[in-house]
Write a protein that binds this ligand. Structure first.
Ligand code: GLC
Ligand code: GLC
Length: 632
C-alpha cells in the first residue's frame, strides 16, 4: 500500500505527464502546489463515483487539462483575491457581512442598471449581492432563468458577458461580493448539448437521461417526489419523438446525467468560466437532485455529495477563492450534510426561515427554539445564510420527529400553516397564495411577499412590527443575513402575473414584482410604511455591523420560560442576549430567569438601558439585543 505522501506524489506526477507544463513558470508552480494539496481529495471523490470505469484515468486527465487551462486564464486580480481569502477563511461569517438578492431586470433593468444601483446597495449596507439567474435562457417560460441555454452567454436582454465582468469589478470596488447561481442539475432544452442530443449525437445523448418508453420512468416515479406537480406529474416529460426525458422541475429543464463523467468535466469547465468572470460565490442550485438511483427518492444520495465535493476540489485547485452556497430545501438532517469546508461553505437556512413563519402563525416559539438549540451550530469555516423570504415558495421543511416532541402532528400542522398563510383561517393577518397545491398528497407551499404575509396589504397596525421581528432574527442569530430586495421597503404582492401566460401557472411570480419606485422614493420619509421599515432595518443592519458578538455562526439557546419569547446568546467575549416576543400581546421574562444578568444592561436596538432585576417586559413583537459586558 502506498502511503498518503506517495499517493500524492504519484498523482502530481501523473498531472505533470498529462499537462506537460513549463515547470519553471510561476503559474505552474502555484498550480502544482494546489494539486499537491487537493488532487488526492479530488481523485478520491471522483473514484467513488467513476472509479470502476476503464476510462477513469483518461477522464481525470481531461479534467486536469480543463482546470489548468482555467487557472492560466484566471485574471491576476482574482489571483490576488485568492491569496487574501486563503489567509482569512472566515471572511464571509463576519458581522460586517449583509446580503441582498434581486432579479437583474426587475430591480435594475439590466446589468448596467445594477452598476448604477451600487450607491443604493451601499446605502443599505450590503456586502454580498446575489443576482438571480442571468445567463441565456429560453424566451417565454424559463423558470425565472433557472433553465440555462448557455453558461457562457448572458441573457441578451440583460447585457453581455463583458457587462457581467464589469458588474463583478464594480461590485468588488464597492466591497460587495458577487453571487450567481450555478444551475448544474439541469440545462434548458435549448442548450446546445440538449439540441445535439435530440439530433441524435451520441456524445450529448449521454448528457441527459432519455428513455424509449415509460418502463423506466414508471419505475423511478414510484419513489421520487413530485416537485412541480402543477406542471407535470412525476419527474419525466415526453419529447415529440415519443421518448421520455428526466425533468425534475419543468418539461424544459432537462436533468443532467452525472453518471457520465464527460458531463462532470463539461460542467466543471462552465463553473471555472463563471468563476473567472469575477464571481465569488456560486449558489449551488438544487443540490439534492443531481444523482439518481432506482428505488430511492433520488435526493441527497451519497454520490451527490461526492460530486459536489469534487466540484469544490476543482475550485480549490483552479479558482481558489470560489465558494459554494448550498440550496437544499430538504429535511433538516439532510440540509446539514451539504455543509462542510470541503463541500458547501455556506447554506440557506430553510429551517429557520420556515420556523420563523411558523412561530408568527402559532405565536409560540417552541419549534424555533428547539431548532436553534439543536440544529443551528455548524462546523468551523462554514455558515448559514439566514433569510426571511426569497424568490421561492415557503415549504414547511421542519422534521416531523422534532414536532412530535411537542405533540404536534407534522401533516396536520402543515395543513394549518397553509390555511393560515393563504387566509383561509379565521383571523389570519396573512395574504399569501398557494403554490403547487397537490390534492393527492395534501402537500402545498406558500407564495407571497413578506409584507403581504404579515398583514401590510390590509394595513394591519402590527405588520411592520412583524417584518422587523423576522428580520431581527435573521440579522442576529448567527450567519449571513440575506434580504430579499423589495422587503426592505415593504413591497406588496404583485397579482399581475396571472395575466401573463408564461407566469400564470406559477404563483411564485406573486412575490417577484418590479422594484416599486414609489416605495424606494419614500424610504427616507418616516411617515410612510416604506420609510418606517427601511429606517428601522437600516438601524439594525448598522448595529449588527458594529457588534462583533453578532458575527460568526454559533449561538447558545436561552430558555426565556415564556412560550412566546425566543431567546439566545451570541458572542464569546462581549455577549449579547437576544429576547424576541412572537405574540401580539406584551410578554414578560421573569427576574429569576434573568438572574445571571447584571442589574442593568444596554439594549443595542433602542440604545436604552434596561433594568432587569425585576424581570423585563416586551411589547407586542418587541425584540431586545441586550449587551452584556465582559465579566472579569
Ligand atoms: C431552485 C430555484 C427554483 C427553481 C429550481 C429549479 O430550487 O430556487 O426557483 O425553480 O431550482 O432550477
Ligand atoms: C423544492 C426543491 C427546491 C426548490 C423548490 C422550488 O422545494 O427542493 O430545490 O427550490 O422546490 O419550489
Amino acid at each position: 500500500m502506498l502511503n498518503e505522501q506517495q499517493q500524492t506524489h504519484l498523482l502530481v506526477r501523473f498531472a505533470r505527464e498529462q499537462l506537460v507544463p513549463d515547470v519553471t513558470s510561476s503559474d505552474w508552480q502555484a498550480f502544482e502546489q494546489r494539486l499537491t494539496q487537493y488532487l488526492p481529495a479530488l481523485t478520491n471523490e471522483l473514484s467513488t463515483v467513476y472509479g470502476e470505469r476503464a476510462d477513469f484515468l483518461n477522464f481525470l486527465a481531461m479534467l486536469l487539462k480543463a482546470a489548468y487551462q482555467a487557472w492560466q486564464e484566471r485574471p491576476n486580480a482574482l489571483k490576488v483575491q485568492d491569496a487574501e481569502h486563503e489567509h482569512n477563511p472566515d471572511w464571509f461569517s463576519s458581522e460586517k457581512m449583509v446580503g441582498g438578492v434581486c432579479y437583474v431586470d426587475l430591480f435594475a433593468g439590466n446589468l448596467q442598471g445594477i452598476i448604477q444601483k451600487i450607491p443604493y446597495f451601499q446605502e443599505l449596507g450590503l456586502t454580498y449581492l446575489h443576482l438571480m439567474p442571468l445567463f441565456k435562457c429560453p424566451e417565454g417560460q424559463s423558470d425565472g432563468g433557472y433553465a440555462v441555454s448557455s453558461y457562457r452567454e448572458v441573457n441578451p436582454s440583460l447585457g453581455t458577458i463583458e457587462d457581467l465582468r464589469a458588474v463583478a469589478q464594480a461590485l468588488k470596488a464597492a466591497g460587495i461580493t458577487l453571487v450567481v447561481d450555478f444551475i448544474f442539475n439541469h440545462t434548458s432544452n435549448e442548450h446546445s448539448w440538449a439540441q445535439e442530443a435530440v439530433k441524435g449525437n451520441p456524445h450529448y445523448q449521454d448528457f441527459y437521461y432519455f428513455f424509449p418508453d415509460r418502463r423506466m420512468p414508471d419505475a423511478y416515479d414510484l419513489t421520487v417526489r413530485e416537485i412541480f406537480p402543477d406542471q407535470h406529474p412525476g419527474a419525466f416529460s415526453q419529447l415529440e419523438d415519443g421518448r421520455w426525458v428526466w425533468t425534475t422541475f419543468n418539461s424544459f429543464q432537462w436533468d443532467l446525467n452525472y453518471s457520465n463523467p464527460a458531463t462532470f468535466t463539461a460542467m466543471a469547465e462552465e463553473m471555472l468560466f463563471i468563476a473567472n468572470l469575477g464571481v465569488d460565490i456560486l449558489r449551488m442550485d438544487a443540490v439534492a437532485f443531481i444523482w439518481k438511483q432506482l428505488g430511492t427518492d433520488c435526493e441527497n444520495l451519497p454520490q451527490a455529495h461526492a460530486l459536489i465535493r469534487a466540484f469544490n476540489a476543482v475550485a480549490r485547485i483552479a479558482a481558489p477563492s470560489l465558494l459554494f452556497k448550498s440550496e437544499a430545501i430538504v429535511h433538516p438532517d439532510k440540509v446539514v450534510q451539504y455543509i462542510a469546508p470541503n463541500e458547501c461553505q455556506l447554506s440557506y437556512n430553510p429551517l429557520q426561515m420556515a420556523l420563523l413563519w411558523n412561530s408568527l402563525a402559532t405565536r409560540e416559539v417552541n419549534l424555533l427554539q428547539q431548532a436553534l438549540e439543536r440544529r443551528h451550530n455548524l462546523p468551523a469555516h462554514t455558515t448559514w445564510v439566514n433569510y426571511v423570504r426569497c424568490h421561492d415558495d415557503i415549504g414547511w421543511t421542519f422534521a416531523d420527529e422534532d414536532a412530535a416532541e411537542f405533540g404536534i402532528n407534522g401533516f396536520f400542522h402543515r395543513q394549518f400553516l397553509n390555511q393560515f398563510y393563504v387566509n383561509r383561517f379565521a383571523g389570519s393577518f396573512a395574504r399569501g397564495v398557494p403554490f403547487q397545491d397537490n390534492p393527492v398528497t395534501g402537500d402545498c407551499r406558500i407564495s407571497g411577499m413578506c409584507a403581504a404575509l404579515v398583514g401590510l396589504e390590509q394595513h394591519d397596525p402590527l405588520a411592520i412590527e412583524r417584518i422587523m421581528l423576522l428580520h431581527s432574527v435573521a440579522l442576529s442569530s448567527g450567519g449571513l443575513p440575506l434580504i430579499y430586495l423589495g422587503d426592505e421597503v415593504g413591497t406588496l404582492n404583485d397579482y399581475e402575473f396571472a395575466n401573463d401566460p408564461h407566469k400564470a401557472e406559477d404563483s411564485r411570480w406573486v412575490h417577484r414584482p418590479q422594484a416599486d419606485a414609489v416605495r424606494y422614493e419614500q424610504r427616507h420619509d418616516l411617515a410612510s410604511d416604506a420609510g418606517k421599515i427601511f429606517n428601522r432595518l437600516l438601524n439594525l443592519i448598522q448595529i449588527r455591523k458594529n457588534t462583533p458578538a453578532l458575527g460568526g455562526t454559533q449561538l447558545m439557546s436561552f430558555n426565556a420560560r415564556n412560550p412566546h419569547v425566543l431567546g439566545y446568546w451570541r458572542g464569546a467575549k462581549e455577549r449579547v442576549l437576544v429576547l424576541a416576543n412572537f405574540s401580539e400581546h406584551a410578554q414578560g421574562v421573569s427576574a429569576l430567569t434573568l438572574s445571571a444578568l447584571p442589574e442593568t444592561v444596554r439594549d443595542l436596538v433602542s440604545q436604552n438601558s434596561v433594568t432587569v432585576v425585576n424581570g423585563v417586559k416586551l411589547a407586542p413583537y418587541q425584540f431586545l439585543w441586550l449587551s452584556i459586558p465582559i465579566s472579569t
